[in-house]
Design a protein around this ligand. Sequence first.
Ligand code: NAD
Length: 460
Amino acid sequence: MKPIDHLVTNLIGNSALSRQDFLQLTSRGLAIGALGSTLASCEKRPESANTAQSTAGTPGGPIPKLPATSPPADIPADSAKPIELEQIKAKTEQQEGPTPTPMAEDKRIGYALVGLGHLTLNQILPAFGLCTKSKVVALVSGSPEKMQKVATQYGIKKESCYSYADYDKLRDNKEVQAIYIVLPNGMHAEYTIRGAQAGKHILCEKPMANTAQECQAMIDACKKADRKLMIAYRIQYEPHNKMVREMVQKQQFGKVKNIIANNGQNSDNPKHWRFNKALAGGGALPDVGLYCLNTIRFVLGEEPSEVMAYVHSTPGDPRFKEVEEQVNWLMKFPSGVQASCATSYGHHDEKSYKVMADTGWIKMDPAFPYTGLQLETSRAEGTENQIIQHKIADKDHFTAEMDHFSECLLKNKVPFTPGEEGLQDQKIIEAIYQSAREGKPVKLPAVSKKDAFRGPEPTA
Ligand code: NAD
């Protein structure tokens, strides 16, 4: 018998197909499906326990009917509540999170993305694939060819692609409820204000704008138009940094005394807008240094009362004709915490922070990239020093942040990181530059309320 004949004999086995039927179906590419349904109908045929026993495990024999052995899943009627699957891991093992609760496409918040650069193409657009409450429905770009390609890739309608000149026409697109602004920093204020005036809610990338005055104008315009405004501080929606905040606020290592933070990278291309003062607002500080500032404020839940700073740029480096290369600054907090931060566009990647408290330390290294964050803690236990690596499942930062904003729109809630949060960072950035210019500490207005500039804590 040739190997193919042997295979055919095994495949048709006890099924109702004749050898001739099988060969005819194969030539039409249908045999395997037909064989599958034949086998399925074999399952439904009543058979004696003896037959089941004698043919179980025989190739081509009927599939034995086995009793269900897992407890049934708990299926709540409310589609926003997760289905609870039966437990398959011991309680002492790391558990999975709740099952996703996606909303149907037509119920999700529709976003227009403005600016198709690195962040939009590499992070934000792919992140929509994991969203449960958000979808991308429109694009705004200065490059029609690029926009056409992206629209084809993500299934966006031709009539929902706009040039910058046509931006205000978003007003007439009923599928768009929110605009996500991913433009150079110096354009955030204008596009936020025009977007709100077009009746859309605004999610704006960090830094909020170039000046505190622009930030205030953005807040005022959104209030006037009765639209929500959120600044895209992805770190505040990300599980590792959220856990650090919880450890600090529950004083799991006692009182925090000292924090060191660094966010630096070696940036290239002096012609890029990041080296243009009008478009960037500043150099490393508002771009990457902002992560140190914003994350420390988030983790502590309090506001600095004083800053002291130094700025330096390598003389003659063509990148730093208009914006600074490096800033080092200290922040004093009313609780007594002192934070020492550094940022640079001129050294190799370093994105970390460490919180030193009475009875232990908490380290995030790396702390700010899009993936691969690592959280480690240390405390003494008798003669031992216990260092624990906390393995937390990654969650896409942009998915988490966009779905939070969508949740706020669906339930009419204030975003956790509203415009006021971005304005506060900008005021501190301005105090840091002032301190470096004047060579002395700069005091900031006292803020006694905890989480003074944030909305209610996200529920998921
Ligand atoms: P990018 O240069 O890659 O993209 C900017 C886009 O704006 C490009 O498509 C460009 O064509 C367009 N643009 C429109 N008008 C322009 C002009 N006059 N000059 C230059 N470009 C113009 O920048 P990016 O890295 O995508 O950053 C965009 C925004 O996102 C910035 O505000 C940045 O701070 C922020 N960002 C945030 C994160 C984060 O992790 N949250 C990361 C990177 C960037």
